[in-house]
Write a protein that binds this ligand. Structure first.
Ligand code: GLC
Ligand code: CA
Length: 565
């Protein structure tokens, strides 16, 4: 089973701008994070992934870096960073940095030089091309709407940006760029950070010659995902990074690699690949997209049987060969309880059920800030209340195309990244205790009911349930290393599976809906031998596992010892 500390860990993701403001300017910051480390230690998490905190003009909340070795002034100073790292370590927690190697900010000194003239020595740090037929060099569409190419009048050439035009892509065919990035990664490792999440890492290499993508609709731009995702040389680049830098440190690495299934993921995380420890899967994030791969905004209801298929595939393919990173929410996704649970009538039980699901899978579980108290999506009436560049570009584009305002807003309510970016709700005081000033984005108005202070006080809260799940992980190796097997494959409401390690077996039963289906214990289980480890409902005396009527969103985890192989 190849034990590793990062397999046994639970990770917690912080989106710093929205976590905790310490000085009343309405913007979360490092001192704010430091002030909440006791809260995180009490929750029991091991690794804290902090989204980018580098110097940045903030067109994409820090994912546009203008200096890799400095701290964003709104977030604090390098001295604050050093205190934060020390205080995390003092509490037995590790820090995972979020590194953006695919692109920089347009205000990075490299880019400022690069754009200044065609013969600048740094010209080749980025990807510059001449236009074609009076337009951009090819038809690829940016993640954030429009062409990936931006014309720079200064030299009359286009530069490539897969994300916003304020995020020019670095040229990974330039060895000087690669060496500089390696040096920088090493610099952070020497400072003592414990790992990295590599942002957009699947996209660092683009198709040779930047050819047009097939365009059946004849539109100006097309989603050309295959032209810049998971290409062979990405692996060469990661292996170099690993062999020259990462290998020498005992760290945890996770890649953001969309657009692949588990077989391809093994190329990144397979034992012996010398690349990454784990990658974030995206297949389950596309379940509610009308046309998979065709954009996130048009949604359809998702099906539990599809979720089972996807998760089971990842669980099975990676077992003993790689490692999973399991999550239902992050700073780019809607809130998990609103999307996969029921935030109206069953917020608490459904949030606990989803937590059980993620923590009982094989892989490292990730908690996104606020998920541990069941924070929900937000639905601002006015586009002016939104801040996210992707959301604003989408709004603009659809308005221009004539989509009705109500339709646009309804899509935004479901899928905007700002759903996850409203401030963390700490208590029931003004603005949820996030700031004493004016928050950079409005706080979700349900903060008086949903907040950390209330959750910590209530022993039945989602927060305490998470705490218990984390403690169970520390106690039972079967939760970390057990092999997954799906039960009731075709059942449309119950997701049940087992995890087996040597003579121990977990039985996980999850009701994903408000209906009350009956779970029947399969014949291979001997009735009466299962010990209930955790449940989101109090067990009752009449409980009979052979015929168990599940309550809305009920979750149960049983442990069976000394099973016969
Ligand atoms: C990743 C990040 C996202 C960011 C993008 C560009 O997808 O998670 O927040 O906008 O990369 O850096
Ligand atoms: Ca602040």
């Amino acid at each position: 089973m190849n034990p590793k500390w990062w397999k046994e860990s639970v990770a917690y993701q912080i989106y710093p701008i929205s976590f905790k403001d310490s000085n009343g300017d309405g913007i979360g910051d490092l001192r704010g994070i430091i002030s909440k480390l006791d809260y995180l230690q009490d929750l029991g998490v091991d690794v804290i992934w902090v989204c980018p905190i580098y110097k940045s003009p903030n067109h994409d909340n820090g994912y546009d870096i203008s200096d890799y070795c400095d701290i964003m002034k709104e977030f604090g100073t390098m001295a604050d960073f050093d205190v934060m790292l020390r205080e995390m370590h003092a509490r037995g927690m590790k820090l995972m940095m979020d590194l953006v190697l695919n692109h920089t900010s347009h205000q990075h000194p490299w880019f400022i030089e690069s754009r200044s003239s065609k013969d600048n020595p740094k010209r080749d740090y980025y990807i510059w091309r001449k236009g074609k037929n009076g337009g951009p060099p090819n038809n690829w569409e940016s993640y954030f709407s429009g062409s990936v190419w931006e014309l720079d009048p200064q030299t009359d050439e286009y530069y490539l940006h897969l994300y916003s035009k304020y995020q020019p892509d670095l040229n990974w065919e330039n060895q000087v760029v690669i060496d500089k990035l390696h040096e920088m990664v090493e610099w952070w490792l020497k400072k003592g950070v414990d790992g990295f999440r590599f942002d957009a890492i699947a996209h660092i290499i683009k198709a040779e010659g930047y050819p047009d993508a097939a365009n059946p609709g004849g539109t100006a731009t097309v989603r050309a995902y295959e032209m810049f995702s998971n290409l062979e040389d990405v692996h060469t680049m990661l292996q170099n990074l690993h062999d020259k830098v990462l290998y020498f440190y005992d760290i945890m690495t996770v890649g953001e690699t969309s657009g692949l299934g588990p077989e391809q993921a093994l190329d990144y995380v397979g034992d012996g690949r010398r690349e990454l420890n784990m990658t974030f899967m995206f297949e389950h994030m596309n379940l509610d997209c009308a046309a998979p791969g065709g954009g996130k905004w048009d949604t359809v209801p998702w099906k539990l049987t599809d979720l089972k298929k996807i998760m089971s595939n990842w669980q099975t393919v990676l077992h003993n060969r790689g490692w999973n990173a399991n999550y239902l929410c992050n700073h780019d996704q809607p809130r998990s309880v609103s999307r996969f649970g029921n935030d109206l009538f069953y917020r608490v039980p459904s949030a606990k059920m989803l937590a059980t699901f993620i923590h009982m899978l094989e892989g490292t579980p990730y908690i996104y800030q606020g998920e541990e108290i069941g924070m929900t999506n937000v639905a601002f009436e006015l586009i002016d209340d939104y801040r996210d560049v992707e959301t604003l570009n989408y709004y603009e584009e659809k308005r221009n195309q004539g989509m009705p305002e109500a339709q646009i807003m309804s899509n935004i309510h479901k899928k905007s990244r700002d759903n996850a970016r409203t401030p963390m709700q700490w208590d029931d005081s003004e603005d949820g205790g996030f700031t004493t000033g004016v928050p950079w984005i409005r706080v979700n108005s349900n903060f008086r009911e949903i907040n950390a202070a209330a959750a910590v006080k209530d022993p039945d809260s989602i927060y305490h349930y998470y705490k218990k799940l984390i403690q169970l992980r520390k106690k039972h190796p079967v939760i970390v290393y057990g092999e997954y097997a799906l039960l009731l494959e075709e059942h449309e409401e119950i997701y049940a599976f087992t995890r087996t390690l040597e003579d121990q077996r977990l039985l996980i039963i999850l009701n994903f809906y408000e209906h009350e289906p009956v779970f029947e214990l399969p014949a291979e289980f001997a009735a009466g031998k299962q010990e209930l480890l955790i449940s989101n409902y109090a067990p009752s005396k009449e409980d009979d596992l052979t015929q168990l009527k599940l309550r809305p969103y009920e979750a149960r985890v049983y442990l069976e010892r000394q099973i016969q192989a």
